[in-house]
Design a protein around this ligand. Structure first.
Ligand SMILES: Nc1ncnc2c1ncn2[C@@H]1O[C@H](COP(=O)(O)OP(=O)(O)OP(=O)(O)O)[C@@H](O)[C@H]1O
Length: 245
């Protein structure tokens, strides 16, 4: 049996109060999964624990079968994390930024240059590859950061609110790129508030609220869980998150 892309078992985290409580979540390889939930539900905290940026209190996380505490480097080597406000070096051009990130991953320069070209063309950044990022719009910077996250060909790509602030054309370029990653065999997890994004983009949707996974499935499965096949995702979401877990 192949390992799931992500297996979270009994994960808990408290700051000044409990945020994640005994969360179990399993995401199969090769799909685009949306983690949906109201503000403060713990989506970002969960994914920051997955990528090792926030320590967990209890539980375990495995990425393609690699326990993130037992072997953090191996887990990180196959994972990419794109926060909602990515950091970029503004003085670098997209081409320089990608060469820099590829160097951090010790990717041979010729291979990195080929991959960078592919990504920059895909994300429609090729024409500005030699322009410094400092003058770019927020959306363009997000796309450069996405290219940086993809340069080492991660098997698991995790993005926090990837479409926030993007216009329709940019959102389309990002969506197409994410779908292409999945088609090439990677697994993509996105958090989103935007129900439409989950509805249009995701193969499966997990609804997180109060630190638990309230419901999970395809859109159709979630609709039938909420009790009505002709409900919109918004209705489904409201119904499911207003029920006790
Ligand atoms: N470093 C921290 N210190 C203290 N509290 C934190 C910290 N990080 C997150 N929290 C709290 O944990 C809770 C969950 O936050 P989190 O950002 O994970 O939620 P979210 O589901 O991603 O929300 P949003 O959709 O608004 O981004 C919130 O109450 C938040 O204030």
């Amino acid at each position: 049996m192949t390992d799931p892309a992500l297996r979270i078992t009994k994960l808990s985290k408290a700051f000044d109060k409990p945020v994640i409580r005994d969360l179990d979540l399993e995401i199969a390889s090769g799909q685009l999964y949306a983690l949906l939930g109201p503000n403060g539900a713990g989506k970002t905290t969960t994914l920051r624990m997955v990528v090792g940026l926030t320590p967990m209190d209890r539980g375990s996380i495995a990425i393609y079968g690699i326990d993130t505490r037992a072997d953090p480097l191996a887990a990180k080597a196959i994972t990419a994390w794109l926060p909602d406000e990515p950091m970029l070096y503004d003085k670098l051009t997209p081409a320089e930024y990608l060469a820099f990130v590829a160097g951090l991953w010790s990717i041979p320069p010729a291979e990195a240059a080929d991959e960078a070209e592919r990504l920059l063309r895909w994300l429609r950044l090729w024409d500005v590859r030699d322009t410094r990022c400092e003058g770019f719009s927020r959306g363009m910077k997000q796309k450069v950061a996405l290219a940086g996250a993809l340069i080492h060909k991660p098997r698991l790509l995790i993005l926090d609110e990837p479409l926030t602030g993007l216009d329709a054309e940019m959102a389309r370029a990002v969506k197409d790129t994410l779908r292409a990653q999945v088609d090439a065999g990677a697994t993509v997890i996105v958090t989103t508030h935007i129900l439409e994004v989950a509805e249009r983009l995701a193969d499966r949707i997990g609804i997180i609220a109060d630190g638990h996974l309230h419901a999970e499935g395809t859109l159709d499965e979630l609709r039938s869980l909420a009790g009505s096949d002709d409900m919109t995702l918004e209705d489904t979401f409201i119904r499911l998150t207003s029920e006790p877990a």
